[in-house]
Design a protein around this ligand. Structure first.
Ligand code: GLC
Length: 814
């Protein structure tokens, strides 16, 4: 061992020169002067690099990697020369320079995509291990999970260390969840980098250095995956490879896609009924109400407040009769109080994280002094899940994991707390970033057991790489400001680039108070966020859609309804996300090499699903210059067509969020409903946008509730294809055994400059002309307020209706 390791004064120790190497399955094990390094092709296009100091053995422990993931073999060739060894597998070459040892990743044509700094590569500084990477010309850095700042994070540095950051600012770091995975983009290639180590890490994307970017972990082994993207479709490819490693989101229950209303806190039970009834009276769709900490007795998890909630089952039943489900909050801290069942059994069975002297650690949270379950022990996860019976007995199907960084007043939990780590044994330093994820896992596994064949909904604040397997993520205690609203959009887009497709923010801002216009704009954006929830803090203004006056209520109703009308489109996007594609898609997913999309504020824009372009804009702006990516676009409200690849000036008004649809798109909609469990009218509204582009689409149906793991074939999938140039729309017959809910299709033909004839399976069908409104006009309640704009519509939209048997393929020509 190098003598300076472990002493107080440490200098950088590099791997050193190559001493020897041995071929291993799909890779190499190299012995260098100061450490070893192991390079393995893990999957096609995916290379794993691990390095440790002399005497350190290979560490296979990981919560991030999906234990159910299967590896796909890669045939690897090796060519060795004194100055370099090259491993080639599929479209990736790994060139290992030997004097000193450093690594380069090249594509099949020999272009360098990612390269170690030739002098430093992998190095140790005390316990810390880093990899230094040469900054490529024009290299951009995307993703890294819940990280503030612009879409391109070049020139910034971030720390991955889960932190409860109440009222964080638009540039604060770190926040609640850490995902040490990013995507690099430059002219020579696109790649992903995933650091498989849960210790606190630093990702420096060229802040304070023009020579290298560097990624350092406080302790543990260097263990990273290089995910090759290729130039075409590179970002999507990387994301799919990353999902293959860390797992995909299970399909959530459909009700979790509906509108969710939260408050810190709604109580007593009558208040929840009043809120639910108000939604129904006002014809504002809603699927979920939340119980924040006041439902508990003295803030003790697994209890009901005896006066506020004397009969939770009856409350849940009454709400369910209105089509509304309850989601309850769970905090990890267990109050130290003899006679409290969770404390007693937790103590008796040894479920709390201990200090090295064997005494359970105590920290203060909502219930006062508390112990913290060790979710890194499987027996504790099971215990936690079993405690949740008190909720499932009351008919609760949705769970909200909060304060799981974990948070304790003071925010500085001591590093020496010990954790089981599946029997491996470690300290809080390694457990911190995975604590929230393992809590979410305990909740998900507990809920799945208790709910049997029903899909639970699970939400978490803290998380780590792979959290998507267990829960949706929301971005914590944001603040009511325009800046924060846009920052939230970027956070959700960034989470989408980091494997977490189901994410959202507190609409209206948790801390502080929104102006009516800000709330209206935020609600519009929320309707185009994967997770759609309004929330606000104790002692602040209410955040229900009717709390900001009649006009805002009309605007909110319009957009919440639109969300429900888009449910067939959205549900298919969610189903698609189970293979790794996000629902809110940063434009970098499709146009990574277009410099304009990175320009601020154009970097707020995203696709919702694959076809709808959302342009987030502040609520007070009258005009905005926006950038439409390449292609052709239609204004979603009035069908005005735009050429993309350029900036356009838009007139704004608070009644509509700028939305565009790409030419060739087919958007599936339905009649409005007040909750996802309510039947629509049986007509699938297919909005076809003409143009020379061809687009495919999907319709996915199931009962929205059953656990897909146990009911795999009980779905109906129809794939469709629109050939814009030939004006042909084809829909295949359905796959799967679910009967489906649509009997008719109403086809709307957008963007035509002529009156079409329509052939359905070769037969002429009657075309009519309807008025089309994406949103209803907002009523003028205040006689002194001038109208803000003309309510947009398409006056004569050609459409036709025909009956549809989902079993059979159909063809439409227009
Ligand atoms: C935390 C959560 C917030 C919740 C509050 C009370 O601050 O982030 O959403 O309302 O705790 O439980």
């Amino acid at each position: 061992m190098n003598p300076s390791i472990g002493t107080r004064r440490s200098k950088n120790i590099h791997l050193g020169n190559l001493v020897s190497y041995a071929q291993i399955s799909q890779g190499l094990h190299i012995l260098a002067e100061n450490a070893w390094i192991r390079i393995e092709f893990w999957n096609p296009g995916v290379v794993r690099v691990r390095a440790g100091r002399m005497g350190e053995s290979l560490d296979d422990f990981s919560y991030a990697l999906d234990p159910n993931a299967t590896r796909i073999p890669v045939s690897v060739e090796l060519v060795a020369a004194p100055e370099s060894i090259v491993l080639s597998g599929g479209d990736v070459q790994v060139r290992i320079l030997t004097q000193p040892v450093s690594i380069q990743f090249l594509d099949e044509t020999g272009r360098i995509v990612n390269s170690d700094d030739p002098a430093f590569g992998i190095s140790w500084l005390g316990q810390e291990v880093s990899v230094y990477k040469t900054l490529q010309p024009g290299e951009r850095f995307l993703g890294l999970g819940e990280k503030t700042g612009p879409l391109d994070k070049r020139g910034r540095a971030y720390v991955n260390n889960n932190t409860d950051h109440f009222g964080y600012g638009p540039d604060s770091d770190p926040l609640y969840a850490s995902i040490p995975f990013f995507i690099g983009v430059h002219a020579q290639g696109i790649y992903g980098f995933f650091l498989n180590n849960s210790y606190k890490s630093t990702f420096n994307f060229g802040a304070s250095s023009d020579r290298f970017a560097w990624y350092a972990v406080d302790d543990g082994q260097m263990d990273y995956f290089y995910l090759h993207g290729g130039l075409e479709g590179g970002v999507e490819h990387v994301l799919k490879s990353y999902t293959a490693l860390t797992g995909a989101m299970p399909l959530p229950p459909k009700w979790a896609l509906g509108f969710q209303q939260c408050r810190y806190s709604y109580y007593p039970d009558a208040e929840l009924l009043r809120i639910a009834q108000t939604f129904r009276e006002k014809h504002i769709p809603c699927d979920v109400l939340y119980l924040d900490i006041h439902y508990m007795d003295a803030f003790k998890v697994f209890s009901w407040h005896p006066e506020y909630f004397p009969n939770p089952k009856s409350l849940a039943d009454q709400l369910k009769a209105l089509g509304i489900r309850l989601v309850i909050i769970m905090d990890p801290g267990i109050k130290v109080e003899e006679g409290y069942a969770a404390y007693d059994s937790g103590m008796a069975e040894g479920h709390f994280a201990l200090l090295p002297d064997g005494k359970p650690y105590r920290g203060q949270v909502w219930p006062g002094w508390s112990h913290f379950p060790d979710f890194t022990a499987s027996k504790t996860r099971e215990w936690w899940g079993a405690q949740m019976k008190i909720y499932s007995e009351a008919g609760i199907e949705g769970f909200w994991n909060d304060m799981n960084e974990p948070a304790a007043w003071g925010q500085h939990l001591p590093g020496l707390i010990e954790f089981d780590m599946e029997g491996e044994g470690s300290s809080f330093k390694e457990a911190r970033n995975v604590y929230g994820m393992q809590m979410a896992r305990a909740t998900m596994e507990g809920a799945s057991k208790l709910l049997g064949d029903k899909r639970p909904f699970n939400l978490t604040r803290a998380g780590f790489a792979g959290i998507q397997r267990y829960a949706a993520v929301w971005t914590g205690d944001n603040t009511a400001s325009e800046e924060h609203m846009l920052a939230g959009v970027r956070l959700v887009n960034s989470l989408g680039l980091s494997g977490v497709a189901f994410a959202g923010y507190d609409i209206g801002g948790f801390v502080g108070e929104s102006s009516p216009a800000l709330y209206a704009r935020w609600m519009q954006l929320g309707a185009f966020s994967p997770f759609f929830r309004a929330h606000s803090m104790i002692n602040s203004r209410d955040s229900e859609p009717w709390s900001f006056g009649e006009e805002v209520e009309d605007i909110a109703r319009n957009f919440i309804r639109l969300r429900y009308r888009l449910m067939p489109y959205l549900y298919a996007a969610f189903e698609g996300a189970t293979s790794g594609l996000p629902i809110a898609r940063s434009l970098a997913l499709e146009w990574p090499q277009d410099p304009k999309i990175y320009q601020q504020p154009y970097d707020n824009a995203y696709l919702f699903g694959s076809e709808i372009l959302v342009i987030p804009v502040e609520s007070h702006k009258q005009l905005a210059k926006v950038y439409l990516p390449q292609g052709q676009w239609y204004d979603f409200y009035d069908d005005v067509a735009y050429d993309g690849g350029r900036e356009v000036l838009l007139e704004l008004n608070i009644e509509k969020l700028p939305l565009f649809v790409r030419s060739g798109a087919v958007i599936a909609m339905q009649s409005p409903v007040t909750h996802t469990g309510e039947a629509h009218d049986g007509t699938l509204q297919l909005h076809v946008y003409s143009g020379t582009q061809s687009r495919s689409f999907e319709l996915f149906q199931d009962d929205g509730l059953a656990n897909t793991a146990s009911h795999r074939s009980e779905f109906a999938r129809n794939r469709g294809f629109h050939d814009g140039a030939s004006r042909i729309l084809q829909i295949e017959g359905k796959e799967g055994t679910y009967p489906g809910e649509f009997q008719r299709i109403k086809l709307y033909l957008h963007g035509l400059t002529y009156e079409p004839t329509v052939l359905f399976n070769g037969t002429d069908i009657n075309v009519q002309f309807d008025e089309f409104r994406l949103v209803e006009p907002v009523s003028r309640f205040d006689p002194f307020m001038p109208p803000v704009g003309n309510s947009p519509k398409v006056e004569r939209l050609p459409c036709c209706t025909f009956s549809w048997d989902m079993e059979n393929a159909i063809e439409i020509r227009y």
